[in-house]
Design a binder for this molecule. Structure first.
Ligand code: NAD
Ligand code: UDP
Ligand code: UDP
Length: 336
């Protein structure tokens, strides 16, 4: 019969299956810290074509310079709050400033990026049948009342505070992801990322690890924000990228915590940086910012069980790798 002979209509699912053999991957925010490391890892696979869309608010072309001009790589200056038309199989949606000083700089823009930006990427995923991964954050747990935080905890977030543009923005982004999944059958993945550090972090972005390392190298006092007993858990960027790729390739929607469960107070972190990088440096106490979460540590049982993932790099091993990169960028070689 004629129906049996008709050529197959290209399904919107899996664009490259019909038109080419490579996997086309869009990374929004790919010029940033985590995004550019993700690009490096994905570009190692010759079957991947990578498209980065970034507005360079906190990222830079420098982070991607080794790929510019590569035939499997494309860089687009684009703001995700505007619609984007590209044909891809997977979307890693990272675009959003991550550091408090940058996301508080223009809070209305931050919430637009989280809400309209995620809506646009979901609309794109729907049109082309792509799988989409959102980099959400441990900030969705706010100032958590349970410790460590697992994915079923709903969080303790101030809806009207100075951090809300970021944490409530990410919470709405997660809601949008699940509504597109339930309403339109979009394949989604949600990673709840805990504090991540490593080479290429913005030197002046005000985050604690980048601050302490830059201060230690410049021989300026390490500024511990009071009380200094607040905790964070720091994941090295290569472990993070590994977790994100496993989540994308796996079968579970998440949300899944990706982070390193090693927990440190800010005083302990300052002492470790001092010991490893500059034993002469002073540690001082300075005023804190509002709504600073008092403790944060991921429960990574789900990541272990569902993704076979756990971080490999301990803080003591990761800090020197970051020091190396910061010394090069600051032009301050090690003394001995
Ligand atoms: P980053 O600031 O280095 O990277 C974010 C990138 O997004 C930058 O290149 C920036 O220019 C781009 N961007 C921002 N707004 C945009 C917009 N409207 N349109 C297009 N591009 C835009 O931050 P990062 O540390 O690499 O974080 C990446 C993602 O991971 C973010 O979604 C962040 O919320 C999430 N995350 C990071 C951490 C962390 O510790 N670094 C923790 C939790 C979650
Ligand atoms: N969108 C986009 N790229 C696409 C398809 C959609 O940026 O390839 C945007 C579109 O502009 C819209 C959003 O994604 O603002 C949501 O799209 P959807 O089709 O889900 O909703 P609608 O357009 O019906 O509001
Ligand atoms: N912090 C600090 N000194 C600094 C910068 C930050 O003690 O120079 C503290 C801050 O008060 C917070 C923790 O370090 O308790 C982590 O802050 P960061 O901005 O790096 O990340 P986030 O608050 O988003 O986890």
């Amino acid at each position: 019969n004629s129906a049996a002979k008709a050529p197959p209509t290209p399904s919107p699912l899996r664009f490259s299956k019909f038109f080419q053999s490579n996997m086309r991957i869009l990374i929004t925010g790919g010029a940033g810290f985590i995004g550019s490391h993700l690009v490096d890892r994905l570009m190692e696979n010759e079957k991947n074509e990578v498209i980065v869309a970034d507005n360079y608010f906190t990222g830079s072309k420098d982070n991607l310079k080794k790929w510019i001009g590569h035939p499997r790589f494309e860089l687009i200056r684009h703001d995700v709050t505007e619609p984007l038309l590209v044909e891809v199989d997977q979307i890693y949606h990272l675009a959003c400033p991550a550091s408090p000083i940058f996301y508080k700089y223009n809070p209305v823009k931050t919430i637009k990026t989280n809400v309209i930006g995620t809506l646009n990427m979901l609309g794109l995923a729907k049109r082309v049948g792509a799988r989409i991964l959102l980099t959400s954050t441990s900030e969705v747990y706010g100032d958590p009342l349970i410790h460590p935080q697992n994915e079923s905890y709903w969080g303790n977030v101030n809806p009207i505070g100075v951090r809300s543009c970021y944490d409530e923005g990410k919470r709405v982004a997660e809601t949008l992801m699940f509504d597109y999944h339930r309403q339109h059958g979009i394949e989604i993945r949600i990673a709840r990322i805990f504090n991540t550090y490593g080479p290429r972090m913005n030197i002046d972005d005000g985050r604690v690890v980048s601050n302490f390392i830059a201060q230690a190298i410049r021989n300026e006092p390490l500024t511990v924000q009071a009380p200094g007993t607040q905790t964070r858990s720091f994941c090295y960027v290569s472990d993070m990228v590994d977790g994100l790729i496993r989540l994308m390739e796996g079968e579970n929607t998440g949300p899944i915590n990706i982070g390193n469960p090693g927990e440190f107070t800010m005083i302990e972190l300052a002492e470790t940086v001092k010991e490893l990088i500059n034993p002469e440096v002073k540690i001082i106490s300075v005023e804190n910012t509002p709504d600073d979460p008092r403790q944060r540590k991921p429960d990574i049982t789900k990541a272990k069980e569902l993704l076979g993932w756990e971080p490999k790099i301990k803080l003591r091993d990761g800090l020197p790798l970051m020091e190396e990169d910061f010394r090069q960028r600051l032009g301050v070689p090690r003394k001995n």
